[in-house]
Design a protein around this ligand. Structure first.
Ligand code: ADP
Ligand code: MG
Length: 293
């Protein structure tokens, strides 16, 4: 097909781009790998980040070419159980958005219901607006956001939601709102406010981790802290996680946070062991043994 713009003939045809590599052999999404290098898995999120990145990149080129551009809204909903990485991802994205020139500051204001909802009429709108004011240039992250809808129509939570929605439009582009919560509760929340879904183009599911992913996360956490698990320690850790996963049906499981807690405890135990034994050699300082787990 041939299109005529500004007296130039442009030949339009479908080119098939290699997914990972551009012409010069460099992955165009390498910067995303860098930003995400601390995370195990998270394929859904990586895909969404590619969409965002590509859209911005193409908008830049379109602007240079004098074509129309459109800024998309980037407000997000994170659905997932505790310890699946919601808060950490929000912090990571906030910084990334600064690199992409989407946000000016990239700070994150973490809030929950009590930070938005007041006790008297009129207080809630004021509280919510001032919270958004603090978040301008960054991310407003509201944890357990469904708590805003629990009280029904007469509850001030409703006023908070309405204020949020209004401000999302007024301050379009100058802050990003991320609402997070347990999957089931978030479903309830969205059902209670049918207008909400359309305002959040990014809905991300943070799945519970499998044993193998939790082990990978554990090894990463250990390595990042300059430690190493002995083979026996690794086996013991695996058995502990396995046992916890089996209890999961009757007992809430906190995913990667559970793993982090074990590792942090192991590090404290190792310190005591080394001080008692008075061994301070490098290889001993690094090793976490099964006794530490
Ligand atoms: N995919 C992952 N890879 C590496 N670390 C992770 C991953 N998911 C979660 N974590 C780690 O687990 C811990 C808990 O994550 P957090 O963001 O607080 O979870 P949530 O906000 O969903 O409760 C953090 O230390 C985080 O870095
Ligand atoms: Mg959290």
């Amino acid at each position: 097909m041939v299109m005529r713009t500004n007296q130039i003939n442009i030949v339009l045809h479908d080119t098939h781009l290699n997914q990972a590599e551009s012409e010069n052999g460099v992955d165009p999404f390498e910067s995303i790998n860098q930003v995400m290098h601390g995370f195990i898995g998270m394929d859904n999120l990586r895909e969404k980040m590619k969409e965002i990145y590509a859209h911005i990149e193409i908008n830049k080129r379109r602007k240079e070419a004098g074509l129309k551009t459109e800024q998309q809204s980037l407000h997000m909903l994170f659905k997932g159980n505790p310890g699946t990485g919601k808060t950490t991802v929000a912090r990571t994205l906030a910084k990334w958005f600064v690199d992409l020139n989407i946000l000016e500051k990239g700070h994150i204001i973490e809030a929950d219901r009590t930070d938005l909802v007041g006790e008297y009429i009129g207080q809630t709108a004021h509280k919510t607006r001032s919270l958004i004011h603090r978040a301008l240039g960054g991310v407003l992250f509201i944890d357990e956001a469904y708590a805003l809808a629990y009280g029904g129509d007469k509850d001030f939570g409703k006023e908070a939601i309405n204020t949020l929605v209004k401000q999302m439009e007024d301050h379009h582009q100058s802050f990003i709102l991320i609402l997070a919560g347990y999957p089931e509760e978030m479903k309830f929340f969205l059902r209670s406010n049918p207008g909400l879904v359309s305002r959040f183009p990014f809905i991300l599911d943070f799945e519970d981790y499998q044993l193998s992913e939790l082990m990978e996360i554990a090894k990463k956490m250990v390595k990042d802290r300059d430690y190493h698990l002995t083979e026996k320690a690794e086996l013991k850790l695996r058995r502990l996680i396995e046992r916890e996963l089996h209890r999961y049906t009757t007992h809430p499981f906190s995913n990667a946070r559970f793993v982090r807690n074990i590792i942090e405890e192991a590090i404290r135990k190792q310190s005591i062991r080394l001080v008692k034994e008075r061994v301070y050699e490098l290889n001993k300082l690094i090793l976490l043994t099964s006794d530490d787990i």
